[in-house]
Design a protein around this ligand. Structure first.
Ligand SMILES: NC(=O)C1=CN([C@@H]2O[C@H](COP(=O)(O)OP(=O)(O)OC[C@H]3O[C@@H](n4cnc5c(N)ncnc54)[C@H](OP(=O)(O)O)[C@@H]3O)[C@@H](O)[C@H]2O)C=CC1
Ligand SMILES: O=C1OC[C@@H](O)[C@H](O)[C@H]1O
Length: 382
């Protein structure tokens, strides 16, 4: 006998682009992806402008999310002209925060203090100190808190991780090269969130989380690395005249497994979609295709003779796992399962990995001379 699924009752803060993608994805029925124990309802959406919130609901979720369409809950999505309205709504039990980088800390604190669980867009906060502060509030209030790094839950990335960590498809991992960049310079104005200092823009915080996801998932989480943080972090940053970075390269060393990650994020050039991430091992390599944040397929290229330098490859094997979902729903499903199980921390996106991410970014910003405008950081680093 099948029991009624657990329903995550979402409230959305900020009716911008990524929130629209998230809401569109949670409208898809979980059973269409083989999931029957959880579902999603949209309880509320909040904007600084009530008309925008209502238009957002009318456009992206007119019939409610999957659980509402399937008749699992009675309530309909409600529009609010403030974020406070959403966090106070009794039908909301988890808040998705899709606001600007500079708002994440305040918005997350608002939701936690109103007793709501949180899924918080990347970069979780502006620095590691802000993140530690949110974690301590979440612990004290016994509330779920997770950074929304959706790529960690992408089935293509998980398949590659299994190929490398369990099936030893490319042998011992040696080097990872990953890029997420956009040719935005000259095409977007300085007020754009990617270039604006007031909004704590720049590719390191906006795009850097994705090359770092590949590094964390393939190298840091490699069973033989045993979650040992990188021993060295090196970087080169070029600053834009607004004060944010315009291009950042960073490298991370993992001596326990003799592996190195080389990550790039810039606003100067578009990422190569046929190979945004290349993972090289002693027996071959994996080339990942699609968007760095949303991989769709990958190529396995095995060496004919792994004892030779610069050896030839056997014919490429293409693994095409294209999916119809936007890709955000995989993390939403994971969050719903955590809530169903009464967890306040995800084992797949744990607090200490967000803290490590923020610490890496703090160090790279320091090395590159990227300082936030005074007052943006709500909790300062020591
Ligand atoms: N996971 C992913 O793939 C992606 C994640 N992101 C992350 O999501 C966040 C939002 O990005 P995105 O959706 O592209 O941005 P948008 O500009 O489309 O939306 C951001 C929303 O933030 C709200 N907001 C709150 N304060 C301000 C302010 N001072 N100025 C402007 N907007 C404000 C607005 O909502 P309102 O007007 O309704 O109040 C706005 O619509 C960023 O932190 C980004 O890093 C972005 C893109 C992809
Ligand atoms: O998270 C993101 O992924 C896609 C990019 O286009 C966007 O700028 C970034 O915020």
């Amino acid at each position: 006998m099948s029991s009624k699924p657990f329903v995550a009752q979402w409230g959305i803060l900020g009716c911008g682009w990524i929130s629209s993608e998230f809401v569109t994805d949670i409208c898809r029925s979980p059973s269409s992806r083989g999931i029957n124990d959880i579902s999603h309802a949209l309880a509320a959406a909040g904007s600084r402008n009530i008309t925008k919130a209502q238009e957002f609901l009318d456009k992206y979720c007119p019939k409610g999310a999957a659980a509402q369409q399937d008749g699992l809950v009675e309530f309909k999505p409600k529009a609010y002209g403030s974020y406070k309205g959403v966090v106070d709504d009794p039908n909301v039990n988890i808040v998705y925060i899709g606001t600007m980088n500079v708002c994440h800390y305040d918005d997350a604190k608002l939701a936690l203090e109103s007793g709501k669980h949180i899924l918080l867009e990347k970069p979780a906060t502006l620095n590691a100190a802000e993140w530690r502060s949110l974690v301590s509030i979440a612990k004290e209030k016994n509330l779920f808190l997770m950074e929304a790094v959706w790529t960690r839950f992408n089935p293509v990335l998980l398949s590659i991780q299994k190929s490398i960590h369990q099936d030893n498809v490319i042998g011992d991992i040696r080097c990872l090269y990953s890029d997420l960049s956009i040719d935005a310079l000259g095409k977007r104005g300085d007020e754009d969130r990617l270039l604006s200092a007031e909004l704590a823009g720049g590719p390191l915080l906006d795009l850097g989380p994705y090359p770092l996801v590949w590094t964390m998932m393939m190298l840091y989480r490699h069973p033989k690395n045993d979650r040992t943080p990188p021993s060295k972090i090196g970087s080169t940053m070029m600053l834009h005249h607004t004060g944010v970075d315009i291009a950042t390269n960073f490298a991370l060393t993992f001596p326990k497994i003799t592996a190195m990650a080389n990550c790039t994020a810039n606003l100067l050039s578009p990422t190569q979609k046929s190979q945004h991430t290349r993972i090289v091992g002693t027996k071959g390599e994996i080339l990942v295709q699609g968007i760095t944040s949303r991989p769709q397929s990958y190529i396995i290229r095995r060496l004919k003779d792994s004892t030779k330098e610069n050896g030839e490859y056997i014919e490429d094997e293409l693994i095409d796992m294209s999916f119809k979902e936007g890709g955000l729903v995989f993390e939403a499903d994971h969050v719903a399962k955590c809530l169903k199980d009464g967890l306040i921390e995800s084992k797949d996106m744990p607090w200490n990995e967000t803290e490590l991410t923020m610490t890496i970014f703090d160090q790279i910003r320091k090395e590159g001379g990227y300082e936030f405008l005074p007052g943006l950081e709500r909790v300062k680093l020591d």
